[in-house]
Every structure is written in structure tokens, then in C-alpha cells.
Unconditional design. Structure first.
Length: 151
């Protein structure tokens, strides 16, 4: 690592500790040439995930969109914030464990529906009604029937 003060290549680590919820390592370094100290951060570089929308537009993956959908579907339901966070973490883990560079928004939607179904059935029906774009009461009733038959 080059010293930011004198540009010498001889620096050494004098302290190392986790940073940012253990997602990075903070290192204190000292230059052997000028003796000045500085801090560096080491972080795993992740490949950005691209989401392919229904209209074939590609955009970067955004966790906040999943959070918004799950929160809306769980509104006024007996679901704790911790349960919602766990649900979103599970969704994100499943998506990233697929190890693909691009993913259809449909696939993400199906993963979200599977996780919400485990969380709360009313939240599931709410999410499904928007995600599957129920056109009428019959479509809505057929989804409810599927839910009841799986019990």
C-alpha cells in the first residue's frame, strides 16, 4: 500500500478491526519512510445485479423496492419489524445465491411471494393482488382458493 503522504511503498499494518457491521475491515497503517499513519478499508467487491423489468428495461438491483413492497403488503398486520427484516434478508439471500448477473423482475417477484406467504397470508394476498394484477374478483377468489387448499 502506498503512503498517501510521501508515496513510499513501504507501509505496515499496525491495527486491524471489523468495520461497517463486519462487511469491511478497517486497517491502521504506518509508513516506514515518513512515519505518518493513515487508515484504509478493505471491502469485498460485489458484482452489481441487474434487474430486467417487464418492459425489458434493465436497472440496478435496489433493496428498497423490495422493502417498500413487503412493507405495503404487511401494513396494519401483526408482523414485527424484525420479521419483515428477516423476510427481506431471506429474499435478498435467495436472489444473490443464484449467482447471476441479470435476473428477471418476475423471478424476484416469485421469490418475494414465497417468502411473504410464510410471513402472513393476508400480506401474501395483498402482494399477489398487485403483483399478479388481479383483473376481477374471480381471479382474486382463485388465488384465495389455492391458498386455502394448501393448508
Amino acid at each position: 500500500m502506498k503512503c498517501p503522504f510521501c508515496s513510499d511503498d513501504n507501509t505496515r499494518v499496525i491495527d486491524s478491526r471489523p468495520a461497517d457491521d463486519n462487511s469491511a475491515i478497517r486497517r491502521r497503517r504506518q509508513c516506514d519512510e515518513c512515519g505518518k499513519r493513515f487508515t484504509t478499508y478493505e471491502k469485498v467487491e460485489s458484482i452489481p445485479l441487474i434487474v430486467i423489468k417487464k418492459d425489458k428495461i434493465r436497472e440496478p438491483y435496489d433493496r428498497s423496492k423490495i422493502e417498500a413492497g413487503v412493507l405495503r403488503s404487511c401494513h396494519k398486520r401483526p408482523v414485527s419489524v424484525e420479521q419483515i427484516e428477516t423476510c427481506i434478508d431471506n429474499i435478498e439471500n435467495k436472489v444473490f445465491n443464484m449467482e447471476v448477473k441479470e435476473i428477471d423482475s418476475k423471478k424476484i417477484g416469485e421469490i418475494v411471494m414465497d417468502e411473504i406467504k410464510e410471513l402472513d397470508q393476508v400480506a401474501y394476498v395483498r402482494f399477489a393482488s398487485v403483483y399478479r394484477e388481479f383483473k376481477d374478483v374471480n381471479t382474486f377468489m382463485s388465488e384465495l382458493k389455492k391458498l386455502l387448499d394448501n393448508k
